[in-house]
Structures are given as C-alpha cells and as structure tokens.
Ligand binder design. Structure first.
Ligand code: ZN
Ligand code: ZN
Ligand code: ZN
Ligand code: ZN
Ligand code: ZN
Length: 705
C-alpha cells in the first residue's frame, strides 16, 4: 500500500456518498460487465465470482453495486481502479465458476450403478465415486479437476449436456451392467458355495458374508454384490476367470473362519474344552469349554487344525456324521465326570488311598498294588490318569465288576500276598566317593576333542559328523555275557548323532550295572553331553553299587557343565546275580518294565520317584530320588527303554505309549531276548508306517534263566 493512496481510503470510509460514486464509476467501465461461462458476474476489483449475480437477472447491476459498496475486499482496502483485463478475468474465474455450477446443478452429480460419475460435457470422465451424492470431498475435487481439463468443456466455451442426455447415458450403462450381471449369474461358476454354505463371487473370488445358500433371495443378493460392490466387474471384467475347484481352494481359509463359528459341524467340544475335529475326530485342539462361546483365538486354532487336517484334505474330505461326533463328546464328558469322581475318591476316600510298603497304590477292585501309580506323595491330581488307565485297561477286578473293597483292612491284609516283592531303600545312607575334579574336566575335554574339529566346508562337516557318529557308536558297548542271564540291547539313533546312551558296568564284586539315559535334544550338543555324561555315570557305577548314589553323584558332577534347559533322564539298575536281586533308581526316566507270565497276565511298570539329572543341586537331587528293588524269579524279563520308543507316533498322530510297548513285550515274551528286541524294532517300524523315526530308540533288556 502506497502513501499516496491513504487519504483516499480515509475519505471513502467517511462518506457513503463517495463510495456510491466510486461503485457507479467502476460499473461504468466495460470490465464490470464480464461474466463467467455460466453467466456468473465476475467482480473486476476482487475477481470474485458470484452465483447470485448473473447476467440473466435484470437487476444484476444493482446487486453488483451492493457488492462493491459493502463486501468487496479490494474496495475496502482502498483500491479504486480495475487492474485485470477481461480475458484474464474470465480465465481466472473458471475454477470458482465450475464449483458454483457443480453445487447448483443436481444432474452434474449423477452416477450409474457401478459408481461411474458422468461428466456433463463429455459424458465420461473416468471418475469412480464410492456412493451417491454428496460425494466425498476428494471425489468432488477430482470432478472439478476433470471439468476444468475436459476437452468438451473447452475452458467454458463448450456446451453442457442436458439432464435428459445424462440420464439416458446412465440408463444405457445400467442396462449394460444388468445384462452382464445376469450373464455372470447364469454361469455355473456363480453357484459355488464354500462349505456348501457361503456364496463365492466368481468374479472377485471372495466369500460374501451374508450371502448363504439357505437364503431364498441369495441370487438377488449376489446380483446386488456384482452390481455395486464387485471390483473386477467395475474394472470391466466380463466373465469368471477361475474354475470352481480353484475358487473353492482360494477361499478355503476365509470359508473356515465363517464356517467354524456358524456351522453345527464345528461345534463339538467336551466339558474340558477339547474340540473334536469333524474330519479326523481327534480332540487335540484345546479351546474354551463347551458352554462358552468360541473366541477369535479359538477359531484361529481350530482353523489351523482343519487346514492341516489329513482327513479334511484341503476341503475334499468328508465330515463324520453328526451322530458320531455327538457320541464322542458324550463319551468324553462321561469320562470327564468319571475322572472328576475318581479324583474325589483318591483325595478323600481312605479305601482309595491305600498304599503298600513300597508306596504303591493298592487298587480297591483287584486288591493288588499297582506299581504304575507309585507316586510320592499320593496326589489325586497326578494319580487320576494312571488309576483310570489301570481300571479301564488292566484291572481284572474292575473288568469282572467285582465289588470294590469297602474297608481299608480288606486291602492291607492282601498286601502281604503281593507277588512283586519290592523294597524301598530310600533311607539307606549313600556314601559319596569324591573324585578329583580335574579328572572329570579332562574327560570333558577329551569328549569334545573327539567330536569337534575346526572345519569350514560342508563335506568336512559331514565327514566330521560321520566320524563323530563312529566315535559315539564305539562308546556304546555290546551286551555282556553273564551266566544265568540273557542280556541284549536295541539301539537305533534317529539322527547321525544321538542323545540316547546306555552302558553295562561289570564290577569285581559280581554285580552288573545297567545304565540307560537320554539327553534332551539331538545333534552335536546332545552328543557332546552324552559322551561326557556316559563317562561320568559309568565311572560312578564302577565306584559304587548303590543306584541312588550313582545318580546323585553323577548329577553333582555333570550339572555344572550342562547348559540351562539341558537335562538327562537316566535309569540306573544294579543286578546282584548272586542274590537274584535287581535294585534301581531313576532320574526322571521312563519306568522299568517287569514281565513274567507266572507273576501276572500283564507287565508291571515300576517308576521310582526322581527328577532328571542337571536340574537340582546335590541335596535336593538326593531327596527326590527313590530306590526300588525286587527279587528276581526265573523267567523274569526286565526291560529299560527311552521315550523314543513310547512317544513314536503313527500316521494318525497317536503315540505308541507304554501300553503299546507292554503289549509287544507280552506278545513276544516266549522268544529269546535277541528276537524279542527284533520284534520291538519291527513293531515300531510297522507302527510308525510312513512316518519317520522321531527320536532315538534304545531298549536294554535281560531275562533270568
Ligand atoms: Zn469484489
Ligand atoms: Zn468431461
Ligand atoms: Zn465379487
Ligand atoms: Zn482333523
Ligand atoms: Zn485293579
């Protein structure tokens, strides 16, 4: 603002008459009679475009004067002379003028069913709007932008189409779309339902939630989707592209997420929340209990199972009948009720809490001690599975429906007659023999040097593994010859380097140590630990003949060298051939099986208490270890094994379990030990079928002749 103008501004604001004169002077100028393409007056001072002041009004000039006198920002700031040429004014006014026309003209806001907006000049524009008017701000900007650039608009010199013309174009487009929709719906691909329920749009190949086969108007709903929502249709795709099986496959995951919460097929859960797969009937998936709704996380785990379910077979599998699934859940619930009941008895009923001298639970039905549940102390929670296992599978009394004992005295009397004579020697004092720590460290170094050599290339690595494997095999001895006993071993590592190991320790006093152990993990680390642990335990076995002492000592020596989370389960037994006695302790290892037809129909599993090596310190370890022993009878078969035997799964995902091994043992007991172990090996191979061997398998076995 220049100094020269200031007095004029002051006079203008002081005298209304002066302002009127100024306005009329401006209006006399030709630049005051310039209109935008749509007839809106353009103020020559502020360049404003006015939808309310148009060339068609007879009093437009009066309105313009009112603007100049009262509203015009340029006049207010003291300007008095128009500065812009009419052509430039018209050009500058275009965006404002287009906005005014757009706002004022309803048929400039028309779209067809697909959502194409129709330019009032070219009837095209290529602008897609998401809904009907008012359109989104962004969409309006695109529309204004198009008109300003539109060749038919031609900077305002073009002639807009009439409402009728636009309507006709839209009707034609809608009719074309309708024909296409009908065509798509007549295609067989439009009648594909995921899980026979959820409609799959053949164009976008997505499940449309809410369009299901059971709805009478599903075709109309599908048409609605194709008309208004389906992207490929909007993009101009004319026909389905995928064959039906591919469509189904593509929406499998999506379909599952709709099917699981809504279809009866997927609703089978027992009281504990185990979900029953309608295809394979397994109940490995744990979700919310049956009376609670499925959570999104539940649906996720179920979907995960079904997708990978062998019997679902990518959607080709056939679900089991509802009646069967109902039956499974009913059975499971009955069993859960029963185990609830059993848990109560084991907790509260003295008759169900009787134990013999060895700490073995005595069954009120068969009145025999059941070694499989020799836990310490008796905890209903831990025992309930073992006890129900015993009752359902092994108990003669329960099977014959005999009256269970009503009084504790009925059971304690019978205790004296039990056939397995076991005696705990938990309170026996253990003499710890100290070994120079240095000797042990040297052994660890030796073991490591055997296995690790510096090598870079793959073949060197492989060569190293093979040599390590050889070293490992060399460390594992053949079964010893012991007069009056038949001894053998089955050893089948699952990888080149195994975590399983065993040993026979023949001592000068005529006793023989039987060691079997399993290092957690596989590969080089497990092999290293194995080499070291075997030396330590074997050496401890040579130093003393007390199994509990051997394990306590070994734990003490080995523990500092184990990584956190690495542990070793081990069972160490000492055979006193002269006394015909087997005494053993177990550091978290699998039970020892004893079988002799003269003792009973079924093998017994003996599991003295004890935690794995490498977990607890000396005193703690010693306090957890229990020791058991029994007098050997001619024909006794004693079998130690690692969990690779009982945890091997078959193609259906079931484990062999201890019952499976017991069955193999029982069925082959009349063979010599070599053949018995071969039979175990064969049975395992048959059991796992096409599945790989999952873990190392080691079985150490002897028979009393
Ligand atoms: Zn103005
Ligand atoms: Zn256009
Ligand atoms: Zn679609
Ligand atoms: Zn399944
Ligand atoms: Zn029983």
């Amino acid at each position: 603002m220049s100094d020269a103008r200031r007095p004029t501004v002051q006079s203008a604001t002081h005298t209304g008459g002066g302002l009127d004169r100024t306005a009329r002077t401006i209006m006399a100028s030709p630049v005051a009679k310039v209109f935008a393409f749509n007839g809106c007056w353009i103020c020559p001072m502020c360049s404003g475009v006015f939808g309310a002041i148009t060339s068609s009004q007879s009093n437009w000039m009066e309105r313009a004067i009112i603007h100049l006198k009262t509203d015009c920002p340029s006049i207010r700031s003291g300007e008095r002379i128009p500065k812009v040429a009419p052509e430039v004014m018209k050009k500058n006014a275009l965006p404002q003028a287009v906005r005014i026309s757009y706002a004022a003209t309803p048929y400039w806001k028309c779209r067809d069913h697909i959502g194409n907006w129709y330019c009032p000049y070219c009837l095209g524009g290529g602008i897609r709007v998401s809904g009907s008017s008012p359109f989104a701000a962004q969409e309006i900007e695109s529309i204004i932008d198009h008109i300003l650039r539109c060749a038919s608009f031609a900077n305002g010199s073009g002639k807009p189409k009439t409402q009728a013309q636009i309507k006709q174009a839209i009707d034609q487009s809608n009719a074309r779309l309708e024909r296409q929709v009908r065509l798509i719906l007549s295609n067989p691909a439009s009648k594909i339902f995921s899980f026979d329920t959820f409609w799959i749009c053949p164009m976008c190949v997505e499940i449309q939630p809410g369009i299901t086969a059971d709805l009478v108007n599903w075709v109309e709903m599908a048409a609605q989707h194709l008309r208004h929502a389906c992207e490929p249709v909007k993009e101009g795709q004319l026909a389905p592209k995928l064959p039906p099986y591919q469509m189904k496959k593509n929406v499998l995951e999506q379909g599952l997420r709709y099917a699981i919460p809504s279809m009866p097929l997927y609703r089978f859960r027992d009281q504990s929340g185990r979900w029953y797969c309608p295809y394979c009937t397994h109940n490995a998936v744990k979700v919310s209990p049956a009376d609670a709704p499925l959570t999104p996380a539940d649906i996720e785990v179920i979907a995960h199972h079904v997708q990978h379910c062998f019997y679902f077979d990518g959607g080709r599998g056939v679900a089991k009948p509802i009646a069967l699934l109902e039956d499974l859940v009913r059975q499971a619930n009955t069993k859960l009720d029963a185990s609830q009941d059993l848990r109560g008895r084991l907790r509260d009923d003295p008759v169900w809490r009787v134990r013999d001298r060895n700490g073995c639970w005595v069954c009120p039905y068969c009145r025999k001690p059941v070694l499989a549940v020799s836990f310490q102390p008796l905890r209903a929670e831990d025992a309930v599975d073992d006890v129900s296992q015993h009752l359902l599978k092994h108990c003669d009394g329960y099977r014959r429906k005999v009256q269970p004992a009503r009084d504790v005295s009925e059971l304690t009397v019978l205790e004296e007659k039990t056939q397995v004579v076991a005696r705990t020697v938990a309170d026996e004092k253990t003499e710890m023999i100290q070994v120079d720590r240095k000797i042990y460290e040297m052994m660890v170094r030796m073991a490591k040097d055997h296995v690790i050599s510096k090598s870079d290339t793959q073949s060197e690595m492989e060569g190293m593994l093979v040599s390590a494997q050889k070293t490992q095999m060399k460390m594992l001895p053949k079964a010893p010859h012991l007069p009056g006993f038949e001894i053998d071993v089955l050893y089948r590592p699952s990888q080149q380097l195994s975590g399983d190991f065993y040993d026979f320790i023949q001592n000068a006093d005529g006793t023989t140590g039987f060691l079997i152990a399993d290092v957690s993990g596989h590969g080089i680390d497990a092999a290293l630990v194995m080499g070291m642990a075997k030396k330590v335990i074997s050496m401890a076995g040579r130093m003393q003949s007390d199994p509990k002492g051997v394990l306590t000592y070994s734990n003490e020596v080995i523990r500092p060298d184990l990584d956190r989370g690495t542990f070793i389960t081990a069972c160490y037994g000492v055979l006193h051939a002269d006394q015909r006695l087997f005494r053993f302790a177990s550091a978290g290892h699998n039970p020892v099986l004893l079988y002799n037809p003269v003792r009973g129909d079924l093998p017994v599993a003996m599991r003295p208490a004890g935690i794995a090596l490498g977990i607890a310190d000396g005193a703690q370890m010693e306090s957890t270890l229990e020791q058991m022993e029994f007098t050997l009878l001619p024909g006794d078969i004693v079998l130690q094994y690692t969990d690779g035997v009982v945890e091997q799964t078959n193609p259906a995902g079931e484990m062999l379990q201890i019952e499976g091994l017991m069955e193999i043992l029982r069925a082959n007991a009349d063979r010599d030990i070599r053949h018995l172990l071969n039979a175990v090996d064969d049975a395992l191979t048959r059991f796992r079928g096409a599945k790989p061997q999952e873990d190392d398998v080691t079985v150490v076995c002897f028979r009393v002749q």
